[in-house]
Design a protein around this ligand. Structure first.
Ligand code: OFO
Length: 173
């Protein structure tokens, strides 16, 4: 059993992960509309991952005899200024999630809630990897610059990153 306060904080995290899933879904749709298929596929996969992150917390709350609540998700943006701006937003959102996870760990530590501390370890590692991945993408985008063929090369690059992520996931199974 974990505290009510901890359960509320974890339910808030469900909301944040759910928002991330919908945000990346909206971004995938925008990329599709712009003809950026590689980016769209990457973001669809990210969106699915975020849903899994949300569900992991759902199951954890049930396991510790607490009530997981389906979140109300606020409206995500539908339009983005450019693919460069879009990935900056992804990185910013991941930083926000990392901050929220750190806050959860701090709360669990304060309460000597070792079960939740242990549960959150997976998220700490996941966020380190995600932030690193998004920084790599932003670096590539910067290197490609904004010449006439830049969108083509950005899309190709993100597609390659997506394929690498997919095969890493396959290898992990
Ligand atoms: Fe679940 O927020 Fe990133 O990975």
């Amino acid at each position: 059993m974990i505290s009510e306060k901890m359960a509320t904080a974890l339910n808030n995290q469900i909301k944040l992960e759910g928002y991330a899933s919908f945000l990346y879904l909206s971004m995938a749709s925008w990329c599709d509309k712009e003809g950026l298929e590689g980016c769209a596929e990457f973001l669809h996969r990210q969106s699915d991952e975020e849903r899994e992150h949300m569900l992991k917390i759902f199951h954890y709350l049930s396991e510790v005899d607490q009530h997981a609540l389906t979140p109300e998700i606020s409206q995500t943006p539908h339009e983005f200024d450019s693919v460069q701006e879009l990935f900056k937003q992804v990185y910013k959102h991941e930083q926000k999630v990392t901050h929220a996870i750190n806050e959860l760990v701090a709360q669990a530590t304060l309460e000597n809630d070792y079960s939740t501390i242990s549960f959150l370890q997976w998220y700490i590692e996941e966020q380190r990897e995600e932030e690193n991945l998004m920084r790599t993408i932003l670096d590539k985008i910067k290197l490609i610059g904004d010449g006439p063929m830049s969108l083509y090369y950005i899309d190709k690059e993100i597609d390659a990153i997506n394929q690498a992520e997919l095969s890493a996931e396959g290898g992990a199974e």
